[in-house]
Design a binder for this molecule. Structure first.
Ligand code: N01
Length: 531
């Protein structure tokens, strides 16, 4: 008999890892969380760049498992800042005494399934090997930051930052020439804040993004009381909605509304909906002609906001449907380009050639800088799952198995890797949903799988090749009905040169996904083997 260190080892102390730890305790397991950072919070520990906040309503981007927690915590804004979310995570960790089961500052290099003993050996950066029954990667979908492959990248001698590895100390931009490469959600949040402080800001944009206004606001005492009185309803609505945001999509097609009505509706959504703008009509992501109406509306807004016509043209997204690449939710992004101290460089016109010790150079000009910020995103969805060398039955590596793209059952498990699970992995609604809701759904459902395994005295829980092939096929068929493949995006693996081009998240929505999971559970966890 092998001696087990833990029943479960969980990688990552972000929202998913902490929630998994709470569930593991409920299951009666001895569990350990291994976290690479020197603090808990995952995404919200690392991404502390100026302007960082969530674009999901705070009350929805919160745990639902404890009514006491819901009643005790008071959110101050609709869209909470990174420091507020981190305070929430710390509050949860203290309230539920989680810290004693978390090891910080330690990464997992690799893990292998021991075929003889039916358990996992997890290798950590402090040289230890932890033996456990269940191995769970709760590493998040956007946690392996990506640096661009630009000649001379590492030669810059000034201050260099990546939004996803922002230092703890305040960065002072006053009197400095700052360059930002990247205009996704992180860049879009950071740019307006840096522009207010820097002597000059140069933004290097490759693909213009669709962005809708956040319309953030303080949550008043009355609103807080209302939120607290209606949490149960709110959660039910969220679970019953496609995105997990509780927004009921408009049942009308954009093409059914006449242009005046449609414009009025878009105006209303623009003022109130934030990310929900994408649900203004049910078919915006299904029909290109419908999508064009929303895309045209947003382009007109950009044009009306940005004073310099040439800059407005550069900022207007074209060539891909609205929503097919993750839209941004901003606070004063387009207005920032009306400032005298901000320059937009469109690197589709001016090819970005090299980074030197003091500048970023294109084929047209050299931009001298004191500070260079990479807002260049992540190796999404599979990056963190494939970083450690994970080997399943007979030493087969996950990297080999997923060489042509991830194959999973429900985004939770993969055949040949018994007792191994990942939270909001490829094949689950993950990045297309309110990820907090998806995390909790995945974890509570996984608990049901594990209980079923225990009821059968099984030493391994594994998915079948047939179940994962069918599910992966369903994920592809569902995505093929949408416009998602018409954009180069991290949903499709386009963010990394050479990454297989497959659509990774499940686009059928959290409601359909939840129902499918319930159906599988009711059928006795069809697609799993318990041995
Ligand atoms: O990363 P991104 P992000 N040369 O991949 C550019 C979540 N999030 O950190 O579009 C030049 O979106 C790249 O250009 P292109 C949210 O899910 C949420 O901003 O590939 N440029 C793009 O402009 C979000 O979607 C919140 O052509 C290069 C940018 O870098 C996700 O995290 C806040 C380049 C990367 O954008 C990721 O956002 C922040 C190169 N070689 C983040 N390589 C909220 O909740 C990349 N780029 C609000």
């Amino acid at each position: 008999m092998a001696i087990l260190d833990y029943d479960m080892v969980i990688v990552g102390a972000g929202f998913a890892g902490l929630r998994m730890l709470i569930e593991a305790r409920e299951l009666g397991y001895k569990a350990r969380v291994i976290e690479g950072g020197d603090g808990i919070g995952g995404t919200w520990y690392w991404n502390r760049y100026p302007g960082a906040r969530c674009d999901v309503f705070s009350a929805d981007y919160s745990y639902s498992f404890s009514t006491e927690l819901e009643q005790e915590w008071r959110w101050s804004e609709r869209y909470p800042t990174q420091p507020e979310i981190l305070r929430y995570v710390e509050f949860v960790a203290d309230k539920f005494s989680l810290r004693q089961d978390i090891t910080l500052g330690t990464t997992v290099h690799g893990a292998h399934f021991d075929d003889d003993r039916n358990n996992w050996v997890v290798e950590t950066s402090d040289g230890r090997s932890l033996r456990c029954t269940y191995f769970v990667m709760a590493t998040g979908c956007l946690s392996t930051a990506k640096l661009p492959d630009i000649a001379g990248r590492d030669s810059f001698a000034g201050e260099v930052y990546h939004t996803a590895y922002w230092p703890q100390e305040t960065v002072d931009f006053a009197g400095k020439r700052v360059g930002v490469i990247g205009t996704g959600s992180s860049g879009t949040q950071l740019i307006p804040v840096v522009a207010q402080q820097a002597k000059h800001l140069t933004v290097f944009q490759r693909t213009p993004n669709f962005s809708v206004p956040a319309r953030n606001a303080v949550i008043t005492a009355e609103e807080d009381a209302e939120i607290k009185a209606t949490y149960a309803d709110r959660r039910a609505k969220a679970r019953n909605s496609p995105s997990g945001l509780g927004i009921v999509p408009n049942k009308q097609s954009a093409l059914e509304a006449n242009p005046t009505e449609r414009n009025r509706h878009y105006e209303h959504q623009w003022e109130t909906a934030g990310f929900g703008f994408v649900l203004a009509y049910y078919d915006l992501l299904l029909n290109k002609e419908s999508n064009d109406t929303a895309a045209d509306f947003i382009r007109a807004k950009i044009n009306a906001t940005v004073q310099d016509p040439a800059t407005a043209v550069k900022l207007a997204p074209t060539g891909y449907p609205f929503g097919a690449k993750r839209p941004c939710v901003d606070s004063g992004y387009f207005e920032t380009f009306n400032r005298d101290n901000v320059t937009l460089v469109d690197i589709r016109d001016e090819h970005l050639e090299t980074i030197t010790p003091s500048a970023v150079a294109t084929n047209a000009a050299t931009y001298e800088l004191d500070v260079l910020i990479f807002a260049t995103g992540f190796d999404a969805m599979t990056g963190s799952l494939l970083k450690p060398n994970i080997r399943g039955r007979n030493g087969r590596s996950l990297r080999d198995k997923w060489a042509a793209g991830p194959i999973t059952y429900l985004g939770l498990a993969t055949e040949g890797f018994p007792n191994f699970f990942f939270i909001t992995g490829p094949g689950s609604p993950s990045l297309l949903s309110n990820v907090l809701l998806s995390i909790e759904q995945h974890i509570t459902w996984l608990a049901g799988v594990l209980r079923a395994g225990e009821a059968e005295n099984a030493s391994t829980v594994e998915v079948t090749a047939e179940a994962e092939a069918d599910w992966t096929d369903h994920v592809n068929v569902t995505a093929a009905k949408t416009l998602y493949s018409q954009a180069a995006s991290y949903y499709m693996g386009d963010e990394i040169v050479g990454k297989p081009r497959v659509f990774m998240p499940y686009s059928g929505g959290v409601r359909a996904f939840g129902r499918k999971c319930d159906e599988i559970a009711d059928g006795g966890y069809v697609g799993f083997t318990f041995e």
